[in-house]
Design a protein around this ligand. Structure first.
Ligand SMILES: Nc1nc2c(c(=O)[nH]1)N[C@H]1C(S)=C(S)[C@@H](COP(=O)(O)O)O[C@H]1N2
Ligand SMILES: [Mo]
Length: 211
């Protein structure tokens, strides 16, 4: 009879495969972590906006946003509080798709992106990372719409695509739940945790947790 694989065995396996960043441990749960309360979603008034260093500012109603072309990715996600969750499946809108489809035109000095959430949470990333395949404005987790606790209707996510060491990967706080907009900037602007002392870059492999 085969025994179910224990958490520890799975963690050892991920370690051997080089997928467990230093100082992290594997969780089979999906912890819920945020500051403040879960916002109420109203599909009639909800708007998603992209503004700043773009040729033309744009906004989408929920109906329009949910019709945008989506991609699906498998990611390992790593929280700065030291849990890692492997092989998670996400579906959503890639920022690169908006550029490729001509829906957003970046101005030449666009260098950084600040994610804005309902409720005021913000987090910043270089444009370079937001354009990577491992950043998504996710609407679905494991084939189902996000649940309110994890950021319904849209959240930013960033994680490691196994084997893609060419992509920069940051801790999971750099994905804003209840995402309402992206502000494109010429200069970097610190987000909520970054202002509070978390590392600005937050590279999981370099253990950039705090400044
Ligand atoms: N709007 C919002 N997004 C947020 C946060 C928050 O406080 N508010 N916390 C971040 C942090 S610190 C983490 S670790 C992840 C947690 O996501 P989860 O609750 O889906 O696991 O969300 C990130 N996104
Ligand atoms: Mo976090």
């Amino acid at each position: 009879m085969t025994q179910p694989i224990s958490r520890q065995e799975l963690e050892n396996q991920m370690h051997q495969e080089g997928r467990l960043p230093p100082g992290q441990s594997l969780t089979q749960k999906f912890p819920i972590l945020h500051y403040g309360s879960i916002p109420v979603f109203n599909p009639e008034t909800w708007k998603f906006r992209i503004w700043g260093e773009v040729k033309e500012e744009r906004s989408w109603t929920w109906k329009k946003f949910s019709q945008l072309p989506k991609s699906e990715i498998q990611l390992d996600i790593h929280c700065v509080t030291r849990w890692s969750k492997f092989d998670t499946t996400w579906k959503g809108v890639a920022f690169k798709t908006l550029i490729d489809e001509g829906l957003i035109q970046l101005l030449p000095d666009a260098k950084f992106v600040l994610q804005h959430s309902e409720g005021g949470y913000t987090t910043n990333l270089p444009l370079e990372i937001v354009l990577q395949e491992n950043f998504l404005m996710a609407t679905h987790f494991e084939g189902e719409p996000l649940i309110p606790e994890h950021g319904f209707p849209v959240r930013g996510i960033v994680g490691q695509i196994p084997g893609r060491s060419d992509l920069k990967t940051t801790y999971f706080w750099k994905g804003a739940k209840w995402l309402k907009g992206l502000e494109i900037l010429t200069e970097d602007q610190l987000g909520f945790w970054e202002k509070a002392g978390y590392h600005n870059e937050g590279d999981i492999w370099k253990e950039q947790r705090l400044r």
